[in-house]
Design a protein around this ligand. Structure first.
Ligand code: FMN
Length: 309
């Protein structure tokens, strides 16, 4: 079902990538998604090199299918050291997030035979990484959980599809078969899903984070730089709202500091996208993926009937 060019490129059966998720992803989730025919991706943000090596080995103990590692480029040394581990561990695919991986990191990974797929929030960024020699692009709209840009998926995906000569995957706001199908209709060859995979038994998300996600409505997320220093979409909390309100009112760096500390000391529940309002149950990753694909097929038949009517 829905076998696309990205399936052949990555050696997977279905075009569903599990977005790397600091605070929610991990070996069990990555392995479950890969075992179900998609691509499980491990995060490196906030992890040591030993954490990464352990996570790769733990994932490989659970699946022999392809897995990927996400590198959040946080300076040359960070990026290079994570890339070196990926090469040592024969990781076949690397995604990058938040910032530009840079030409030298892309070349280092590609010289080792690794497929490189950056997550980008804008057309300019997509063109830049295409020039750096990447293999595919994940266009991520600002409704996504985690680090975000400013453009929503509906306008972003077709503009990136038109601007580059590479396979484009869609991320941001996809949680069911309708979103999956819409992404393909916009020109994507697959999807990357994050928030929906938090609500699986295989995710490493804590109990209060999962509970908050299940309760959240579509308007219960907020974009704030209080968590990592760059804009992150997360579940709304009073601490994040207080920080954002003070920032908007022109608070100084010194005045913002205790508010940011309050967020980082427990005032954040976890990153989540605007699709949080669509998530009402915990479902095993494999079942979830099967349902997304089956529903997408049902909806595609409905659309064909509609087009012919
Ligand atoms: C809890 C959480 C943590 C995330 N951490 C990362 C990360 O470490 N690196 C990264 O590139 N993207 C990260 N993301 C973004 C996801 O990989 C994915 O692109 C995004 O969630 C897709 O949008 P969606 O949440 O609407 O499905 C994170 C997202 C969430 C929800």
């Amino acid at each position: 079902m829905f076998h696309t060019i990205i399936c052949d490129m990555l050696g997977i059966d279905v075009p569903i990538l599990q977005g790397a998720m600091q605070g929610a992803g991990g070996p069990r989730l990555a392995a479950a998604v890969s075992e179900a025919g998609g691509l499980g991706i491990l995060h490196t943000f906030g992890d040591t090199l030993d954490d990464l090596r352990r996570d790769i080995r733990d994932t490989r103990a659970l699946t022999s299918k392809p897995i990927a590692v996400n590198i959040t480029p946080m300076g040359k040394a960070f990026t290079q050291s994570r890339a070196e581990v990926c090469i040592e561990e024969s990781i076949p695919i690397v995604t990058t997030g938040r910032a530009d991986p840079g030409e030298s990191a892309v070349r280092m990974l590609k010289d080792a035979g690794i497929i490189v797929i950056p997550v980008v929030p804008s057309v300019d960024h997509a063109k830049r990484v295409e020039a750096e020699g990447v293999d595919a692009i994940i266009a991520s709209g600002c409704e996504a959980g985690g680090h975000v840009g400013t453009v929503a998926s509906f306008p972003l995906i077709p503009q990136i599809v038109d601007a580059v000569d590479l396979p484009v995957l869609a991320a941001g706001g996809i949680a069911d078969g309708r979103g999956f199908l819409a992404a393909l209709a916009l020109g994507a060859v697959g999807v990357q899903i994050g928030t929906r995979f938090v609500a699986t038994p295989e995710s490493d998300a804590g109990r209060s984070y999962r509970a908050a996600l299940l309760e959240a409505k579509e308007s219960d997320t907020i974009v704030s730089d209080s968590m990592t220093g760059a804009p992150v979409r997360a579940i709304w909390t009073p601490e994040i709202a207080a920080y954002e309100k003070a920032k908007k009112a022109g608070a100084t760096i010194a005045e913002l500091k205790p508010l940011r500390q309050a967020v980082r000391a427990g005032g954040a529940k976890g990153a989540a996208g605007q699709n949080a309002g669509m998530i009402n149950d915990i479902q095993p990753a494999a079942e979830l993926m099967k349902k997304i694909l089956a529903d997408a097929q049902t909806h595609s038949r409905r659309l064909v009937t509609l087009a012919d009517s």
